[in-house]
Design a protein around this ligand. Structure first.
Ligand code: 5AD
Ligand code: SF4
Length: 461
């Protein structure tokens, strides 16, 4: 239990975590909550109520980093008003910067890295002891080795019906733009029995859907030499009863295999949505990014996927304005987008990241050109996204009902429900709130760019 002389010992302290970045970070925050609630904290519903405020930071792009720092900056005033407030800074920026954060924000009480999360209760306890002496706790693990215990901790999941499961972390690919290997370390895969045990436990708790997380799930188990590879892991998870849907993210196209496509096609649970980041359509830029595939190799993999699973949804990430990107390179990116016709695209302006090779490349693209290309690409993709959604009009889609979003209708009985299809499209339809957490069938009656509207066909048990 955490006791701080500045507050009433009988009251449970409240913790609030502000999370930036990817699903991996979101899930890390669930582990942080799990650990802290297990050691006596209560989850604060609002930032203002917190006794302990943690920032889980992201450093993937310059903007993400600015957001985390400005959030930290705002806490200075909050702490001046509420001196008993304790502030912790974790996540990917913390991993990289360590105690240098103190110079920028001397009011921070705790700094912890991406591999120190399982030690959070101990670190927080130490912080409360040290705070009496105005000292700070800093713990950043730089070891490549990861122990499975780091992931055998309690998790306080944000959702009731679907949840994330880390299957691996770190990355060995060293794409020249990417900070991940420097903030998440070398690739490491969790033992398959740990993953299956966690998912079995989730099934017992009523979870219907799991998303397997890793920086490159397709190379699962390779570094460790496990007998189980990613496709066989999927086949093992398929057997866990109670779990109805399996998703995964993210995949490097270079490791996206025909064996994986077979496993998805054979499975009734693995959803037909693949996130396959291509980053650029230009072979010259792909080489300079160290991606280890060409445009035609990427297109070939998409063809294999679509031949085997024709209705599969595809989403991707793309960077515009990578150093050396000329107009003809950008045209190749547009060409790829037009050829594949993605369901959705996450589009990013290239930004220099510390320690990365591309940060030292001489031919950086001017901001105005990056911005112009970004707009052109976005407009093209928006049209494609709308068309891809329109193609679903009149079809029947299975929906996992995740949320009740509006009150009763004019007959006083039904609510508006929101969920996702297997293709990961958001659908809203009218239905009773009891359907929350169940799989239902809806006919698509309206298609917008970013979501669909449906009509419930008949209630499934
Ligand atoms: N600049 C812009 N976008 C980046 N990404 C990664 N690093 C950078 C960077 N330096 C994008 C990639 C990646 C996604 C998570 O973020 O597209 O797939
Ligand atoms: Fe951001 Fe990458 Fe860290 Fe995720 S792993 S939080 S994207 S820097």
């Amino acid at each position: 239990m955490f006791c701080d002389p500045s507050t009433d010992n009988k009251r449970r302290k409240q913790v609030y975590i502000k999370t930036y970045g990817c699903q991996m970070n979101e899930h890390d925050s669930e582990r942080m909550y799990g650990l802290l609630l297990n050691s006596g904290f209560k989850q604060a519903l609002r930032e203002e109520d917190a006794d302990l405020l943690l920032i889980n930071s992201c450093s993937i792009r310059e903007k993400a980093e600015q957001k985390a720092f400005s959030s930290l900056g705002r806490l200075k005033a909050l702490k001046a008003k509420k001196p008993q407030l304790r502030i912790g800074f974790g996540g990917c920026i913390a991993q990289r910067e360590g105690k240098k954060i103190i110079r920028r924000a001397p009011y921070v009480d705790l700094i912890f890295g991406t591999k120190n999360i399982h030690r959070l209760p101990l670190l927080v306890e130490k912080m409360y002891k040290m705070c009496k002496r105005q000292a700070r706790v800093v713990e950043i693990c730089h070891d490549d080795a990861v122990c499975p215990e780091q992931f055998r901790c309690p998790v306080e999941r944000a959702g009731q019906f679907k949840g994330w499961v880390t299957i691996m972390q770190g990355c060995n690919n060293y794409c020249t733009y990417c900070v991940v290997p420097y903030v998440r370390g070398r690739e490491w895969s969790r033992p398959p029995e740990d993953i299956e045990a966690e998912i079995r436990q989730m099934a017992d708790q009523g979870y219907k859907e799991v998303t397997l997380l890793g920086q490159n799930v397709n190379s699962y188990g390779q570094a460790e030499g496990y007998e189980v590879n990613f496709p066989t892991l999927l086949r093992a998870i398929e057997k866990i009863s109670g779990i109805e849907r399996i998703r995964f993210t993210t995949s490097n196209p270079k490791d996206f295999s025909a064996e994986l496509v077979e496993a998805i096609a054979d499975s009734s649970k693995v959803c037909e949505h693949i996130h396959l980041p291509f980053q650029s359509g230009s072979d010259k830029i792909l080489k300079s990014m160290n991606r280890k595939y060409t445009q035609s190799e990427y297109l070939k993999k998409v063809e294999i996927l679509r031949n085997k699973i024709p209705g599969a949804a595809l989403t991707s990430d793309v960077i515009v304005g990578f150093p050396g990107e000329k107009e003809e390179d950008f045209q190749q990116t547009l060409h790829l987008i037009e050829k594949v016709r993605f369901d959705g695209l996450f589009t990013f302006l290239y930004s220099i990241r510390p320690q990365t090779a591309a940060g030292n490349f001489s031919d950086q693209v001017p901001t105005n050109i990056k911005q112009e290309r970004f707009e052109i690409m976005l407009q093209m993709q928006n049209e494609i996204s709308s068309e891809r959604n329109k193609a679903l009009l009149g079809t029947r889609q299975e929906v996992l009902v995740e949320k009740v979003i509006a009150g009763k209708d004019k007959f006083g009985s039904n609510n508006k429900l929101r969920g996702r299809t297997r293709l990961n499209k958001i659908v809203e339809f009218i239905g009773p709130p009891e359907l929350l957490g169940t799989l239902q069938e809806a006919e698509i009656i309206r298609a917008n760019r970013f979501n669909l509207e449906g009509a419930l066909i008949s209630e499934r048990d």
